[in-house]
Design a protein around this ligand. Sequence first.
Ligand code: CP
Ligand code: NVA
Length: 303
Amino acid sequence: MAKRHFKTLIDINTQEFKRIIKKAIDYKSQDRANTVIKSCNNKTLAMIFKKNSTRTRVSFETAMYKLGGHAIFLSEDSSQLKRGENISDTAKVLSGMVDLIMMRTNSHDEIKSLAENSSVPIINGLCNLFHPCQLLADMQTIAEIKGDNFNDMTVAWIGDGNNMCNSYINASKLLNFKLKISVPNGYEPDKYTLDKFGENVELCEIPGSAVDGADVVTTDVWASMGDEHENDERKKVFKSFQVNMNLMSKAKKEAIFLHCLPAHRGEEIDDAIMDSQYSVVWQQAHNRLYSSMALIDFLLSSD
Ligand code: CP
Ligand code: NVA
């Protein structure tokens, strides 16, 4: 079979997305029963991190371990990337030694360059434009709690039109759910993504209209990695976009709250919601492990 990459969610189709979610749910129960088959025996994943991570690093490293393989962590500072070796040369070298490459970087162009120059599947572990791995875990979490009939669901995105928001747009297209987005003026999601994949998206001026009747409410930090210098300005602009009890009370009674984490409590989310009965953020975070296992399995069996 042809080599597959996971640069964005659009690299997979609807059936494959649903298959990965189902496999992730299977891996979770197998892991709990200690019956995971070590399908990655002798396989290695290289993980390049040009930005910080807790969940992505730990989930992929643990996923490889549980599948019987091995993961190698490469930071920008400790590798030759720091001394100017470019991504295309790095891809040519690494893909001759490992079976999968994951990278977290600020530049989607670098993700594309990695894919173009790698002879093994690559995974986007977050870039300026997308965070597709997180969406696998988010959709797994929704499926576990609400079932996998995504086309009956409304998801509200509140806050910054960032990498997570763009990936939600891609997911809404693939899984056919309604996505209501409320962001401040000037912080809209990527225009190309919205134009090309936003057929199920409704842009709402007021956060309350987006959350009204929603099954799922989600948000993310107001200043993503790389935007921290705009922190003070963003705190002012985003003030009325906080997800708190007042906003959440407009969603359906049985609605759930998701956050990719890390959260800035007191900014985009208040403590009351993070620790409320609406919040499924710990289940969501733990699902990063199982969705990473399912993604690795998918990419290696397509290779
Ligand atoms: N959600 C997420 O990707 O977390 P990390 O930045 O800790 O990897
Ligand atoms: N939008 C956030 C997501 C972190 C997982 C960022 O890019 O920093």
